[in-house]
Design a binder for this molecule. Structure first.
Ligand code: GDP
Ligand code: IMO
Ligand code: MG
Length: 428
């Protein structure tokens, strides 16, 4: 089976969209398998910037088919808007198919997301898109799936029963209940646009794999936001790891071959929760402005930290990362010295894993090494050998600390600003 799985190794926004778009040129299928429109994946080419939230980042490659698989939670109105926007920009979206088993996000979920956050003392800092409540409904077995949503008669029936339960929760949080009529009206156009795209996507993807086609799995969020392996409770409600692929796409675990971890050359985080290598002051400010570190989905300023090899090793351990793409290296120009966290000091020991307890994580003191920085702009660098020597040494250090092969170095947001070091990643 010819597959590549793209995994965020940090707290999201590592540049997964850019890398997916690049590898999509070689892929037959690009599959989103978890999350929803909490994701914001940016792709830049021909001087234009596109932000995708639900549609896979293969949509700009005419020969590539795009799949929203069953592990996703999909806001149908947001999906319809995104498809319409893409079409208006001249992008053909006819290949985009949607799983009949994917769960649907309704206004109840968005209302609850915001109301539950407001009621908490320790906020997660969610995107407010209804992701957590939709996955909670799925686990509680009264969620609504796409197969129920697209059939108006069936949707009317299931919606009444669903709202009987959901609105009790909405009222308990002091929010305004959602009416069936309003939901039916607001989602009518989306139902019409999405219905013809519905498929059993597991059958669809497995047929492609059996036929020797190349399938790219596009992770959203990042390992540290994983419900099981992230910094709980400051996480999302799905699994953005390689383990999420078989479950969320309906493919066998053996389908996971090359696992490409995406990492920034530093670290960012939006939302609450500890960030062990967090920095503020001039360096953080310079990195935030040069890297335009503001959320693609919510516009919030991202918090900035040094690169954390403990986090990268954690991601590698869980997802079996074989290769890394080091992104936004250009942003570190002029930063002297460059620092990397190589372990955490906790109660006199040095550890290279992440403690479960939030309090223990907060007590971890990062153990840092420093490296010489570089001053030359990287925007036009096309080969690894043409990178400044100190930038080369920094990238090699990341490979050494994580025992992975560096497959890509990214030196700017554009498709063309990418140095490729490994040719055939499809062989696994
Ligand atoms: P994703 O969620 O992982 O797809 O990442 P986002 O798109 O949310 O955030 C990554 C940001 O970095 C986007 O604005 C990209 O256009 C930008 N980007 C990606 N690679 C590079 C790079 O190498 N250099 C710079 N300067 N920006 C980059
Ligand atoms: P991409 O795919 C960065 C964060 C939110 C919040 C936490 C929970 O663009 O990398 P949620 O709305 O999912 O319940 O929020 O997770 N978060 C992200 N941070 N990039 C993302 O996606 C994110 N998706 C969710 O900020 O802290
Ligand atoms: Mg993003």
């Amino acid at each position: 089976m010819k597959t590549i799985t793209i995994i965020g190794t940090q707290w999201g926004d590592e540049g997964k969209g850019k890398l997916t778009d690049i590898l999509a040129e070689e892929a037959d299928l690009v599959v989103r398998y978890q999350g929803g429109n909490n994701a914001g994946h940016t792709i830049v080419f021909k001087g234009q910037k596109h932000a995708l939230h639900l549609v896979p980042a293969g949509v700009f490659r005419p020969q590539t088919q795009c799949v929203l698989a069953s592990g996703m939670v999909i806001d149908p109105v947001a999906l319809a808007d995104e498809l319409k926007q893409l079409e208006a920009a001249g992008v053909d979206t006819s290949s985009v198919v949607v799983s009949d088993r994917a769960h649907v996000i309704l206004s109840t979920h968005r209302t609850l997301d915001v109301a539950m956050e407001a009621a908490r003392e320790d906020r997660v800092g969610t995107t407010g898109k209804g992701i957590g409540p939709a996955y909670a409904d799925k686990a509680a077995r009264h969620g609504l799936r796409m197969v129920d949503f697209v059939d108006e008669t069936r949707f009317k029936q299931t919606l009444e029963a669903y709202l009987n339960v959901a609105n009790r929760m909405v009222k308990a949080y002091g929010a305004t209940p959602c009416s069936a009529e309003r939901i039916l009206r607001d989602t009518a156009e989306a139902r019409r646009l999405i219905a013809p795209r519905l498929k059993d996507t597991s059958v669809y993807i497995n047929r492609a794999l059996d036929a020797g086609k190349k399938v790219l799995f596009e992770g959203a969020q990042g390992t540290m936001l994983c419900l099981d392996h992230g910094t709980y409770p400051y996480v999302t409600s799905s699994s953005p790891t390689a383990a999420g692929v078989p479950l969320g796409a309906g493919v066998p675990p053996q389908a996971i071959k090359t696992v490409l971890g995406i990492t920034k050359a530093y670290t960012t985080r939006v939302g609450e929760g500890h960030l062990p290598t967090e920095i503020d002051g001039d360096i953080a400010h310079a990195i935030r402005e040069r890297g335009r570190e503001y959320g693609t989905t919510t516009g919030r300023p991202r918090r900035i930290g040094w690169l954390d090899a403990v986090v990268l090793k954690h991601a590698k351990r869980i997802s079996g990362i074989t290769h890394l793409a080091v992104m936004l290296l250009d942003v570190l120009r002029g930063v002297h010295p460059l620092s990397i966290c190589v372990g955490y000091r906790l109660d006199g020991d040095i550890i290279d894993w992440i403690p479960a307890s939030v309090d223990d994580v907060a007590r971890c003191e990062p153990v840092m090494i420093t490296m010489n920085g570089f001053d030359d702009p990287l925007d036009d660098v096309k080969t690894f050998d043409d990178l400044p020597k100190n930038a080369q040494a920094y990238v090699k250090k990341i490979a050494e600390l994580t025992s992975t092969t560096i497959a890509f170095v990214s030196v700017g947001p554009d498709r063309d600003q990418t140095i490729r070091l490994v040719d055939n990643l499809w062989e696994g």
